[in-house]
Design a protein around this ligand. Structure first.
Ligand SMILES: [Fe+2]
Length: 188
């Protein structure tokens, strides 16, 4: 069946890629702060792995910029907003660590990671959509990048959501499944 692929609006594509790059960079700082707050060993181990993957996703995006001949240091409003939100999340976590209990700081960090990964996931879903439905010399680079990060990005968001839900359950002294079972993670 013939598909109706559309050419990219180049300025719009560049802006979304800049925003995605800034989200990964903010994500690195967010995981570094979240690891200061994490006390559950399984969560520490997951976030440690996600920090490494986020660093690698920054490089995946830099490769896309290189292949498209775009400047990754171009300034724009959206990436500034992402930076400010990221810095705010880091401050919130560090304040919780300084002023709250260890358990509270960990929960606050979990909430901040879920917020950050929700935006990150949204960026990559859009990149995947553009790779599938767009046409132009950019398509191949977008497809390769999306394939490289797709599975890890889903894990970052949905595993952390499950973990945070169970940590909240535990905070009520209700029976919690920590770490979340494989079945719970699949159902997330
Ligand atoms: Fe991520």
């Amino acid at each position: 069946m013939a598909t109706n692929k559309k050419p990219y609006i180049k300025k719009q594509l560049q802006e979304r890629l800049l925003e995605a790059l800034e989200t990964e960079r903010a994500g690195i700082k967010i995981y570094e702060a979240a690891l200061v707050c994490a006390i559950n060993m399984n969560l520490r181990s997951e976030w440690g792995e996600y920090l490494k993957q986020t660093r690698s996703h920054e490089h995946v995006l830099l490769t896309v910029f290189e292949e498209m001949g775009l400047d990754p240091d171009t300034k724009n409003l959206c990436r500034d907003e992402v930076t400010r939100i990221g810095d705010s999340l880091v401050s919130i976590m560090l304040m919780a660590k300084a002023n709250g209990t260890a358990e509270t700081a960990q929960l606050v960090a979990g909430e901040c990671v879920v917020l950050a990964e929700t935006k990150n996931n949204q960026n990559w879903e859009l990149i995947g959509h553009l790779a599938e439905h767009g046409k132009g010399q950019e398509t191949n680079a977008l497809k390769i990048a999306f394939r490289l990060v797709e599975q890890a990005e889903e894990r970052h968001l949905y595993h952390t959501k499950s973990f945070v839900r169970e940590l909240w359950v535990e905070s009520f002294s209700f029976p919690a499944v920590l770490p979340p079972s494989v079945e719970m993670l699949r159902a997330s």
